[in-house]
Design a protein around this ligand. Structure first.
Ligand code: CO
Length: 215
């Protein structure tokens, strides 16, 4: 028996064909309409983890959510990838909400808290920012049992990324001129599929003076 090296990707292509045909059978104009423009109201900044697909976990359709994902859902203000997505979402799409959605059991946060995988030189640099968050909350975190500490750390990481968004001149400018978007920090439970809200910041949020770019 010959082994097809592309069997796995061929399955995806077949599934894609079936998906497209299924949608067209209900609405022959579906893709034609969707192709004209996108007007998503949400920017989703999530973890790359395959178990937390943005549209799936909130039952959204194509066209509803503008998505950026990276390891451990970070907003790092020297990351031109995330910043470009943010700029487009704010300046062109005028999204109403930006959601940072992390998840319990996040391998990125776990890796940042350990010294395993010391050979992952690039990924370790990316995760260094999470070690800084640990240091910021070290006394509280170290008072907790291991499992609780991990969950709390995941929450702190999400909250920090929302604060990072608020510290960008892009968000501050947009808040001043159009009083939006609202920023949300959400955590998703792998074990139950549920999301809880940890933090919400809108244009009235106080920004510490050293992080304020716009008066
Ligand atoms: Co993760």
């Amino acid at each position: 028996m010959t082994h097809d090296p592309n069997a796995l990707t061929n399955r995806l292509l077949l599934e894609n064909k079936a998906w497209s045909e299924e949608i067209l059978s209900h609405d022959p104009e579906y893709f034609h309409t969707l192709a004209k423009e996108q007007r998503p109201k949400f920017l989703w900044i999530g973890c790359s983890d395959s178990r937390v697909p943005a549209e799936t976990v909130v039952n959204a359709n194509p066209g509803e959510i503008f998505v950026h994902r990276n390891i451990a859902n970070q907003v790092i203000t020297t990351d031109f990838n995330c910043l470009s997505v943010l700029q487009y979402a704010i300046s062109v799409l005028h999204v109403e909400h930006i959601i940072v959605c992390g998840h319990y059991g996040c391998g990125g946060v776990q890796a940042a808290l350990s010294r395993e995988n010391s050979g992952m030189m690039i990924a370790n640099k990316w995760l260094l920012h999470i070690k800084d968050i640990y240091r910021l909350h070290q006394s509280e975190l170290e008072s907790l049992p291991a499992e609780q500490m991990f969950r709390r750390m995941i929450q702190f990481n999400i909250i920090e990324q929302v604060n990072n968004l608020a510290h960008t001149s892009m968000i501050q400018t947009s808040w001043k001129h159009r009083k939006g978007p609202t920023l949300h920090g959400w955590v998703y439970g792998l074990e139950n599929g549920l999301i809880e809200e940890l933090i919400t910041l809108d244009h009235t949020a106080p920004i510490e003076a050293i992080y304020r770019f716009i008066d």
